[in-house]
Design a protein around this ligand. Structure first.
Ligand SMILES: C[S@@+](CC[C@H](N)C(=O)[O-])C[C@H]1O[C@@H](n2cnc3c(N)ncnc32)[C@H](O)[C@@H]1O
Length: 285
């Protein structure tokens, strides 16, 4: 099945077990084309376990939640970058931001969610745009009652987000005015790195959260970004998830999804399209 690998170590049945496991747990569909990828991502964990076959390793997962979490993290795709799909940030800045800032400065709580935040580039971009190009105004906004939630199923990706420090070149895509104001050079002695401003970092709560499971959040959100996450799910899973997002938004709240994703199913009755892959929650239904 995988050239050079004995089927006794990694066989067709093992791939099917991995694909079923990951689909049931996360909603991610691993197509047949991912056999090699699944092998190369999981082989280090199998080796570390001291077991000699994938089958024996997979047998242990039911009783070993920590390793199971590592398996899930190893099979997720965490590719992301700063200022990805800039039209979302332009829409957020011109349409959503004025209301968000007015509510927050009027003392109302405002809640923003980056669901499937990976290593954090999305939430940091969004918060830099929210704080804007004036440091004084930005710090006033940062001190108001805005809470940003950044969640992901991958513990490793979240560790990168929490660290809030990136190779300098990876921030090049950000508008210069925001980068200069909200990032600062870090002394590394090696490659140049930039750290996200502590005022922005303090706004974020990081959580390990499987979008397929229970959501502990009680209160609704004003803005939800869930981009390039649902792309890996099958249609029923996407439709259930997007309906849950819609119901987790305040009336008038915004949902931003990835460029190749669409809202379909029951959520279409709750969400009005207001731009390319941008939706607004209609009045209570
Ligand atoms: C390709 S990244 C997208 C990151 C960012 N939103 C962006 O658009 O650049 C997809 C992220 O979704 C996360 N993910 C996949 N399935 C998930 C699930 N069931 N629950 C929570 N996060 C999930 C992955 O761990 C990964 O970090």
């Amino acid at each position: 099945m995988v050239p050079g690998i004995s089927p006794a170590i990694y066989g067709e049945g093992d791939f099917r077990r991995i694909a079923d496991l990951i689909h049931n747990e996360t909603g991610i569909v691993l197509s047949e084309r991912k056999k090699m990828l699944a092998y190369s991502r999981l082989a280090p964990l199998v080796r570390r376990s001291g077991l000699t076959s994938f089958s024996a390793f997979l047998d242990t997962l039911a009783g070993d939640p920590a390793t199971f979490t590592e398996v899930v993290a190893a099979l997720t795709t965490n590719h992301t970058y700063f200022h990805r799909e800039p039209h979302h940030f332009e829409h957020f800045e011109s349409v959503a931001r004025p209301g968000v800032v007015a509510r927050a400065q009027g003392g109302a709580p405002v809640r923003i969610w980056s669901a499937g935040c990976s290593t954090g580039e999305e939430i940091w971009t969004l918060l830099m745009v929210l704080l804007g190009p004036s440091r004084e105004e930005g710090l006033r906004i940062a001190r108001s009652k805005i809470v940003a939630l950044a969640s992901d199923i991958s513990v490793n990706a979240l560790a990168g987000a929490r660290a809030a420090s990136y190779p300098q070149g990876s921030l090049d895509a950000l508008p210069e005015s925001l980068r200069r104001l909200w990032c600062a050079a870090v002394e590394t002695g090696g490659e140049p790195r930039l750290a996200i401003d502590p005022a922005i970092v303090a706004m974020v709560r990081f959580r390990t959260l499987n979008l397929m499971g229970e959501w502990p959040m009680q209160r609704p959100f004003d803005v939800i970004f869930c981009r390039n996450v649902m792309i890996y799910f099958d249609t029923p899973t996407k439709e259930r998830l997007v309906e849950r997002f819609a119901r987790q938004l305040v009336p008038g709240g915004f949902l931003y999804i990835g460029h190749s994703e669409r809202v379909s199913g029951p959520a279409t009755a709750l969400l009005e399209p207001v731009g390319p892959t941008i939706y607004r929650r209609s009045a209570a239904t």
